[in-house]
Design a protein around this ligand. Structure first.
Ligand SMILES: Cc1cc2nc3c(=O)[nH]c(=O)nc-3n(C[C@H](O)[C@H](O)[C@H](O)COP(=O)(O)OP(=O)(O)OC[C@H]3O[C@@H](n4cnc5c(N)ncnc54)[C@H](O)[C@@H]3O)c2cc1C
Length: 388
């Protein structure tokens, strides 16, 4: 059975100094009270236009982010590639605001697609739907209700942006993934991404949709997507994740009085996730899979299914991925065993990346066992280095 326990492999890209910095960070994140105070202070500082970079940059930002620009990320990309771990550079400017910001984000994301296509250690490109339209616009588009001219223009900008990005990815032969966010505007995102797959996935998966398997309807959606792809004779690219917005989803459902779209408990999400992965492996002739997870069992399951099917470890239609700064024991041990592995590395200015950092801080506080696991592994490696 594949083991993720080898901390020497997991952390060999980290110096002793980096290792102790990571231990301090995860010890801090293990304290929910401290994380909450930090979050409130950060929001306050942002609202008052006070500088926040001095506190965030040497701590959370340095651990979870590649840099402010594509060029600044190069050092990290090179370092990871030494150990056969590839990178995905994600321009993480969240929440479409004014037109100028969205246009700048589009230009930068296009640059990141071309950069990835030229770079031997960057096998995918990626973007977030809300970088090119506000949540409100995407929600109106999903609800299919009457819209005014301004909303119609905003929807057109979104569709044009997605088309430009997917076309550039296709012409440069680099896969492109579209992240998933909130369920209430995902119908429109699914519709646009499906159109892109129909157009650009005729020979292989270039465009990848994201399925959040904490949603009760996603397994059926996956099966329906396959039926459509077979009927339309195109390939499916699927990025599997469990989903990062559970609390928000449940709260909105309760407030608005509709059934929660989220699985009733963690076990149900885990079962759904693994069922999705297993379904995909049975349909690899049509689906390429990207397994975005820090869950040891799900990662191991995928390796076992590959072995059972007699697939090569570096099978080009199967990728494993973890976020930069998390679960190195999974990434580096998988890469050491010859599987295709990437780290998702966000980049961008400190201020713009704060929502992502706050999510990582909360995730590492709230997920039972996650911070404990990171800390225990870091400690294990510290002791091992001291002894050797
Ligand atoms: C490469 C990569 C890309 C990602 N891209 C996206 C993206 O586009 N969109 C997105 O939303 N997220 C994305 N994420 C984050 C992801 O959705 C998860 O939040 C995160 O990875 C934790 O899930 P896990 O599979 O690693 O494992 P685990 O730590 O085993 O699972 C934690 C997850 O289980 C689910 N869960 C926990 N408790 C419950 C409960 N009580 N009831 C039901 N479900 C529960 C939640 O989804 C929670 O995040 C990405 C993650 C990675 C690694």
């Amino acid at each position: 059975m594949l083991s993720f326990d080898n901390t020497e492999i997991a952390f060999r890209y980290k110096s002793n100094y980096d290792l102790s910095r990571a231990r301090i960070l995860f010890s801090t994140l293990a304290n929910p009270g401290l994380v909450n105070v930090g979050k409130s202070l950060t929001y306050f500082a942002l609202k008052m236009h006070l500088p926040v970079a001095w506190a965030i940059k040497p701590t959370l930002y340095k651990h979870f982010v590649g840099g402010e620009t594509l060029e600044e990320c190069e050092k990290t990309v090179k370092l990871l590639s030494k150990f056969n771990v590839k990178s995905i550079l994600d321009y993480s400017v969240e929440g479409g605001k004014d037109q100028q910001t969205m246009q700048r984000t589009l230009d930068e994301t296009l640059r990141s697609v071309i950069h990835a296509a030229k770079h031997p250690d960057i096998p995918f490109s990626v973007f977030k739907p809300t970088a090119f339209a506000s949540q409100q616009v995407l929600t109106l588009a999903s609800e299919n209700t009457a819209i005014d001219d301004e909303t119609a223009n905003a929807i057109r900008f979104f569709k044009d942006s997605v088309e430009k990005l997917c076309k550039t990815a296709f012409e440069n032969d680099i896969p492109i993934m579209i992240d998933a966010e909130d369920s209430w505007y995902q119908p429109f995102v699914d519709q646009v991404v499906t159109e892109m797959m129909e157009k650009y996935n005729k020979q292989k998966a270039i465009v990848y949709n994201t399925l959040q398997m904490y949603r009760t309807d996603r397994l059926e959606f996956l099966k329906e997507s396959l039926r459509k792809a077979e009927a339309g004779n195109y390939y499916l690219g699927i990025k599997f994740v469990r989903g990062a917005y559970m609390e928000k989803e449940r709260l909105r459902a309760a407030e608005k009085g509709y059934p929660s779209p989220i699985q009733p408990d963690k076990e149900a999400t885990d079962r759904n996730y693994d069922a999705g992965i297993a379904f995909t492996i049975d349909h690899l002739d049509r689906i390429s899979v990207f397994n975005g997870s820090h869950n040891e069992k799900s990662n191991r399951l995928l390796t076992e299914l590959m072995t059972k099917k007699g697939l090569a470890r570096n099978e080009s239609r199967i990728w494993f991925s973890q976020l930069y700064g998390m679960s190195d024991h999974i990434s580096f041990n998988l890469a050491e065993e010859g599987f295709n592995v990437t780290k998702y590395i966000p980049y961008g200015p400190v201020r713009n990346i704060l929502p992502y950092l706050i999510r990582r801080a909360e995730e590492n506080t709230s997920i039972a066992g996650q911070t404990g696991r990171e800390l225990a592994l870091l400690e294990q490696e510290r002791i091992r280095r001291k002894k050797s």
